[in-house]
Design a protein around this ligand. Structure first.
Ligand SMILES: [Zn+2]
Length: 111
């Protein structure tokens, strides 16, 4: 009889773990960064800036220190941390401003 109780307990623990596990993995996947999509306008603005610096992304990134770019309208604005995302754009009002460094990396990643 004792063995049966132990087995029951074991099964209950296993069921408990199974019930908990998917919730944990969901919680882990939720904070993953919200990737922003560049509109063609923003992409062109970005490409123009890269061209201005002759493709020198390091110099461009240094020049754009603490600046962000809007993924919707391509406008740049100051006071944005390199890894910021979802700041409200001063030009179009969309929460689509991201740090310039991240924007550069994403552009490179997507192209
Ligand atoms: Zn904008």
């Amino acid at each position: 009889m004792e063995l049966l109780v132990i087995m029951m307990r074991y099964i209950m623990i296993v069921l408990f773990v199974i019930a908990i596990a998917p919730q944990d993995s969901n919680n882990d996947s939720q904070p993953t960064e919200k990737r922003m999509k560049f509109t063609p306008v923003a992409r062109i603005a970005m490409n123009n800036m890269i061209e201005e610096f002759g493709g020198d992304l390091v110099s461009l990134n240094m020049e754009m220190d603490c600046q962000g770019i809007c993924c919707k309208c391509g406008d740049t604005q100051g006071g944005v941390e390199p890894d910021a995302a979802g700041y409200t754009c001063e030009s179009c009002g969309e929460p689509a401003v991201m740090g310039f460094e991240d924007a550069l990396m994403q552009l490179e990643f997507n192209s």
